[in-house]
Ligand binder design. Structure first.
Ligand SMILES: [Zn+2]
Length: 253
């Protein structure tokens, strides 16, 4: 048996027995774990707020390879992301980060990059002054890279022309290659994206993380971005359903 100390994001929890919780966490060094927190729901909870969903916590647990569920010993909060909990839109986005990580991490080669990108996304969603959703689309784009499916969309896949200066009504998104083709090179095999939407996607992909909230995205463009990013996930990973957490926002996406 080993005693492991790690940073973790609490992705999901299930009540167990009278007073315990079974947690699904994403650890920075150790990846996905299922951990039982005994006494977490007793009258005197042992771990305070450290086991709340979406919390960035430091955890200490005992680990046995022969066991599917590990045993929590100690936990303390590093960041609760309080503004996420006090606002419906931010809550939906924070939960969507956790939901997406639950879908992606069982099949992904784990890396500390995935953890760090996720913490940055939760911080950005927590601290955004405006256009908070843009940080979620940026999170998806950032997550593609450690998964080995990063987008290279600055230039046309076929002729190499720089796309940000291009005229035309639409470009073609090729989700298999994570690339785009210009209007002259387009085939019929990809997804058509209006030029306006594509330029926003390209900006979100390359701008500094803090800068993404500076642009206002129209509902129509947002819908296109959401569809393109989701198509890319579904092309490369065995993901069957859409994110439930985003349905709370569906009135305007
Ligand atoms: Zn081209």
């Amino acid at each position: 048996m080993a005693i492991i100390r790690d940073q973790a994001i609490i992705l999901h929890s299930i009540k167990h027995g009278d007073s315990s919780l079974i947690l699904h966490v994403l650890g920075r060094e150790h990846g996905r774990e299922s951990i039982i927190a005994k006494g977490a729901r007793s009258k005197k909870p042992r771990f305070g707020a450290a086991l709340e969903l979406m919390t960035h916590s430091e955890i200490i647990y005992s680990h046995r390879h022969t066991r599917e569920i590990q045993m929590l010993r100690e936990a303390r909060v590093i960041n609760s992301f309080l503004p996420i909990r006090n606002d419906l839109e931010r809550t939906a986005l924070g939960l969507a980060v956790c939901e997406l990580l639950r879908m992606v991490t069982p099949v992904a080669e784990m890396s500390t990059d995935i953890f760090d990108i996720s913490i940055h996304a939760l911080e950005a969603i927590s601290n955004a002054k405006k256009n908070v959703r843009n940080h979620f689309w940026r999170f998806e784009l950032d997550l593609f890279r450690p998964l080995g499916i990063g987008l290279t969309i600055s230039n046309c896949l076929h002729c190499g022309k720089k796309l940000s200066s291009l005229q035309g009504n639409e470009v073609e998104f090729d989700s298999i290659n994570g690339a785009v083709r210009c209007p002259e090179c387009k085939t019929s095999g990809g997804m058509s994206i209006p030029m306006e939407t594509f330029k926003i996607l390209e900006f979100l992909n390359r701008s500094k993380p803090q800068a993404v909230e500076n642009i206002k995205i129209s509902p129509r463009a947002e819908k296109g971005i959401k569809s393109a990013l989701w198509l890319h996930f579904r092309t490369h990973l065995p993901i069957r359903r859409e994110l439930k957490s985003l349905q709370a926002l569906s009135w305007s996406i």
